[in-house]
Design a protein around this ligand. Structure first.
Ligand code: NAP
Length: 246
C-alpha cells in the first residue's frame, strides 16, 4: 500500500499507538484522519501530527474527529467527514479500544452491560465503520483495514475475559471480511505489550522498562501497511515479526 497521499483513518489516535502511528503516516505524506473522544486531547494530538507532517515536507495532513466509536450514531458522521477531509479512504486502522471496568473483573463478576460496552467499542463499532468505509474500497479494488488485536485474543487470562472475547471476535471479523471482500486487505495485528495508558490501567504494577515504546511498534505497523499485500488476506500478524522500529 502506497502511503504518500493515501487517505488513512486511525481510531484511538489521541495517544499511545494510534497517535504514534498517525505521526509516522503523516510524516510519510498520508492524509490522516484521527478519531478519539476527548476533544482537548485530540486537538493537541492533531497539532503534534501536523507539525511532524510540516517538518517532513511530504504533504502529509492531520484532521481530528471527536467521536466515540462505540456510538452507533457516530459511524456515518465519521465516515462522511473523513472522506470530505481526506478524500478516498485507503487505509483504516482500528486502534481505539476499551478494557471495560478496571480493575478487570472475572467473567462471572462482569456485568452484562459492561460486556456489551466492550463489544460495542472493540467489535461492533469497528464492524460498523468498516461497513461504511469498505464499500468504496471494494469498488476501487484496493484498500486495507487493520484491526489492532492483542495476545488476549488467543490466550485466556483471568480478568481479561471481556476484552479477550472482543479481540478474538475482531480477529475472526478480519478473516471473514477477507473471505468475502478480497482483494481489499483485512489484517489483525498484535502490537505486543506497550508502555501506554491502557497498559498502565490494566497492570499498574508492571515494570514499564520491559514494555515496547508505541513509536517503535508504530514504525513496524507502517511497514505492515506498506507491505500488506504480501501477507495472506485475513491473517493475524505479530508486530514483532515485522521489520521497523529500534
Ligand atoms: N498497550 C498494550 O500493551 C497493548 C497490548 C495489546 C494490544 N493493545 C491494543 O492496542 C491498541 C492501542 O492501545 P493503546 O495501548 O495505545 O491505548 P491508549 O494509549 O489507552 O489509547 C487509546 C486511544 O483510544 C481512544 N479511545 C478509547 N476509547 C474510545 C472510543 N470509545 N472511541 C474513540 N476513541 C477511543 C483514546 O482516546 P479517548 O479516551 O479520548 O477516546 C486513545 O486515543 C488497542 O486496540 C489495544 O487493545 C495494546
Amino acid at each position: 500500500m502506497n502511503i504518500r497521499n493515501a487517505g488513512v483513518l486511525v481510531t484511538g489516535a489521541s495517544r499511545g499507538l494510534g497517535l504514534e502511528l498517525s505521526r509516522e503516516l503523516a510524516r510519510e505524506g498520508a492524509k490522516v484522519v484521527m478519531v478519539a473522544r476527548n476533544t482537548r486531547d485530540l486537538d493537541g494530538a492533531v497539532r503534534v501530527v501536523r507539525d511532524d507532517a510540516a517538518t517532513s515536507g511530504l504533504g502529509g495532513e492531520a484532521h481530528g474527529l471527536a467521536f466515540d466509536v462505540g456510538d452507533k450514531e457516530a459511524v456515518h458522521r465519521i465516515s462522511g467527514a473523513a472522506a470530505a477531509l481526506a478524500g478516498d479512504i485507503d487505509v483504516v486502522v482500528h486502534a481505539a479500544s476499551t478494557l471495560g471496568p478496571v480493575p478487570m473483573p472475572l467473567l462471572l463478576d462482569t456485568e452484562c452491560e459492561d460486556l456489551e460496552r466492550v463489544l460495542a467499542v472493540n467489535l461492533v463499532g469497528p464492524f460498523r465503520l468498516t461497513k461504511a468505509l469498505a464499500g468504496p474500497m471494494v469498488l476501487r479494488e484496493r484498500g486495507l483495514v487493520l484491526f489492532v488485536s492483542s495476545d488476549a485474543a488467543v490466550s485466556a487470562y483471568a480478568g481479561w475475559g471481556a476484552y479477550g472475547i472482543s479481540k478474538a471476535a475482531q480477529d475472526h471479523l478480519a478473516r471473514s471480511l477477507a473471505a468475502e471482500l478480497d482483494p481489499v486487505r483485512f489484517l489483525a495485528v498484535d502490537p505486543g505489550e506497550m508502555d501506554t495508558k491502557m497498559h498502565a490501567d490494566a497492570m499498574p504494577d508492571a515494570d514499564r522498562t520491559t514494555l515496547a515504546r508505541p513509536a517503535d511498534v508504530a514504525a513496524r505497523l507502517v511497514t505492515l501497511i506498506r507491505t500488506a499485500d504480501t501477507f495472506p488476506n485475513g491473517s493475524r500478524v505479530a508486530a514483532s515479526d515485522v521489520p521497523g522500529g529500534s
